[in-house]
Design a protein around this ligand. Structure first.
Ligand code: GTR
Length: 326
C-alpha cells in the first residue's frame, strides 16, 4: 500500500467514526411522523445512543423524522415488510389490524395519564405488546401521547351539542370514526400530514390531538378553538419489524429490548416538559382554550363504541382489568 493510500484509509476510518452512523456495523432505520426535537424522536435517538454504546457500535439507529419515510399507515406496512426497521407510531393506526390495540384507544378508558402508565407498564401492556407478533412486528415500548381533545377553526365548543354536524379529521381507525359519530359530528379519516391544509381549505372543520401535536403541526394557526374534553389517552408505541428482529442475535435482541425499555423514562420526562411548552406557545399565539367543559355527556355518548368493539371475551377481559386497575 502506498503512503497516500494508507493515509486516505486512516482518514476515512476516522471520518466514519466521527459521523457516528457510518462507524456502525448495522444501522437500523426508524420512522417518525414528528419533527426533530419532538419527544418521540428524541426518545428513539436516546435509545439508539444507548444501543450503540452497549453493543460497542455494532447496532445503531438512524431516526428519519418529519414523515421522511411516509405517513404512518404506509410506514407500518413498510415495517411489516422489513423495509423500515423501527417505527414510532400512535396505537390508533394499528386499530384496524391488531384488535388488542383498540382497547387502550377506547375513549375515556383511562382515568388519567398515571392510570395509563400503571396499566401499560404491567401485564396488560405486555399482552398488548405481544399481540404485535402475529402481525410481523415486535412491540417494544409504549410512550406517552398525553390526552387528545377536539380543536376547530369555526367556534368554541362548550358542550357536546356544539359539535353537531362539524367535520373532524381522525386517525385512520374505524373506532375513531365511530367515536366522533357518537358525539354527533362527522369523521374524516386521513393521514396526519394532510390535516393542516385540509383545515385551511375548509375540507374539514378541525381535528383532535394532544398539546405537542396541536402545536408542532401548526394546527393551532388554522384551528384556534381547542376544547379540553380529553376523550382519548392513547399511548404511542415503538415497534420493530419482525424481519429485522429475526436477523439479530439473541444477545442483540436483548440489547434492543432493554434500550427500548430504558428510553421510556427519558421520553416521559421530555413529554411533560414539551406539553407545558406547547401549551404556553399556543396560548400566547392566541389559541382559545376551553377548559370549562362537562365531560359526562361525552363519556355517556361514547359508551356505545365499547359495545361495538368489545367483540370477544379477550377484549372484554382487557377492559375489565383496566377498569379494575387502581
Ligand atoms: C400524534 C401522534 C402521531 C400521530 C398523530 C395523528 O399525537 O404522536 O403518531 O398518530 O397524532 O393524529 O395522526
Amino acid at each position: 500500500m502506498t503512503m497516500y493510500k494508507t493515509l486516505a484509509t486512516a482518514f476515512l476510518a476516522g471520518a466514519a467514526m466521527m459521523t457516528g452512523a457510518q462507524a456502525c456495523e448495522i444501522t437500523l432505520k426508524s420512522s417518525d411522523t414528528h419533527p426533530d426535537g419532538y419527544p418521540t424522536v428524541a426518545a428513539v435517538k436516546a435509545m439508539g445512543a444507548m444501543l450503540e454504546e452497549r453493543t460497542n457500535g455494532r447496532l445503531c439507529i438512524e431516526v428519519f423524522h418529519s414523515a421522511q419515510l411516509g405517513q404512518e399507515k404506509d410506514t407500518i406496512e413498510q415495517t411489516q415488510f422489513g423495509v423500515i426497521d423501527f417505527n414510532r407510531v400512535s396505537l390508533g393506526p394499528f386499530n384496524n389490524i391488531i384488535e388488542e390495540t383498540q382497547i387502550p384507544s377506547l375513549p375515556y378508558i383511562f382515568r388519567s395519564v398515571g392510570h395509563m402508565h400503571r396499566v401499560m407498564d404491567g401485564p396488560i401492556g405486555d399482552q398488548i405488546k405481544d399481540a404485535f407478533s402475529d402481525h410481523d412486528l415486535i412491540g417494544l415500548a409504549f410512550y406517552d401521547g398525553g390526552s387528545r381533545s377536539f380543536y376547530n377553526s369555526d367556534r368554541p365548543i362548550k358542550s357536546m351539542a356544539d359539535l353537531k354536524g362539524m367535520k373532524f379529521r381522525v386517525m385512520q381507525s374505524d373506532l375513531f370514526v365511530d367515536m366522533v359519530s357518537a358525539v354527533g359530528a362527522n369523521a374524516t379519516p386521513m393521514p396526519y400530514g394532510e390535516v393542516y391544509s385540509s383545515i385551511q381549505t375548509g375540507v374539514i372543520d378541525g381535528a383532535e390531538n394532544n398539546w405537542p401535536s396541536y402545536e408542532s403541526s401548526g394546527h393551532f394557526e388554522v384551528a384556534k378553538y381547542y376544547t379540553l374534553d380529553e376523550h382519548l389517552i392513547v399511548p404511542e408505541v415503538l415497534v420493530m419489524s419482525k424481519r429485522s428482529w429475526e436477523k439479530l442475535s439473541p444477545e442483540d435482541q436483548k440489547a434492543v429490548r432493554q434500550a427500548a425499555k430504558d428510553s421510556v423514562p427519558v421520553m416521559r420526562k421530555l413529554w411533560a416538559e414539551r406539553e407545558a411548552k406547547s401549551e404556553a406557545k399556543v396560548r400566547s399565539a392566541g389559541a382559545q382554550i376551553i377548559t370549562d367543559i362537562d365531560k359526562t355527556p361525552f363519556i355517556d355518548a361514547m359508551k356505545p363504541v365499547y359495545d361495538k368493539y368489545l367483540t370477544s371475551p379477550t377484549l372484554k377481559d382487557l377492559v375489565a382489568r383496566i377498569q379494575a386497575t387502581e
